[in-house]
Design a binder for this molecule. Structure first.
Ligand code: COA
Length: 140
């Protein structure tokens, strides 16, 4: 198992994994140009796992300099329950610590039981005291 930083050259393979993974929400934030910008802004926080010469796992993490935010934790179905996602999460947390960021948040769709069960199993605390509010920057 090789865990390494994601580069924009991984984009097509990574997008294809996300597109066939239920629980991963793809949006205009995931276009090649937007991913390029995200990787430039967070060069050391985005990881892939390679096995058998293919990308079988991903994790994105962005930081605003204060907190980390994880997105798109995905493992190819036939490679699940081998500890790949946990290794990806550990690597990202280690890298956040090096950057001096001591806490990380993530978003899970309310109907994504697989995702919620995973985060619970690896020790993440579900927050019931917060809600997400969203708005498009072009709207007044
Ligand atoms: C969630 C996901 C990334 C987990 O990947 P994975 O590589 O199978 O997870 P790991 O093997 O690292 O699991 C680590 C631990 O979590 C547990 N775990 C993993 N998935 C679980 C699940 N669905 N329910 C309960 N426990 C789970 C494992 O049993 C393991 O615990 P253990 O060491 O005590 O056995 C993978 O199932 C996936 O890609 N799901 C679809 C996408 C998704 O929902 N992502 C989360 C978006 S927020």
């Amino acid at each position: 198992m090789i865990i390494r930083q994601m580069t924009i050259n991984d984009y097509e393979e990574v997008l294809s994994l996300w597109e066939r993974t239920p629980g991963i929400g793809i949006s205009e934030a995931d276009t090649r140009d937007n991913m390029y910008r995200f990787l430039q802004r967070n060069p050391c926080l985005n990881m892939v796992c390679q096995m058998d010469n293919r990308i079988v796992g991903t994790i994105l993490c962005g930081s605003d300099g204060r907190r980390g935010y994880i997105y798109h934790t995905a493992v190819e179905r036939e490679y699940r329950l081998r500890g790949i996602a946990l290794e990806l999460v550990k690597e990202v947390l280690k890298r956040l610590r090096v950057l001096g960021i001591d806490k990380c948040h993530l978003f899970v769709f309310a109907d994504n039981k697989v995702g919620q069960d995973f985060w619970k199993a690896v020790g993440w605390q579900r927050r019931d005291d917060l809600l997400i509010f969203s708005k498009r920057s072009g709207e007044s």
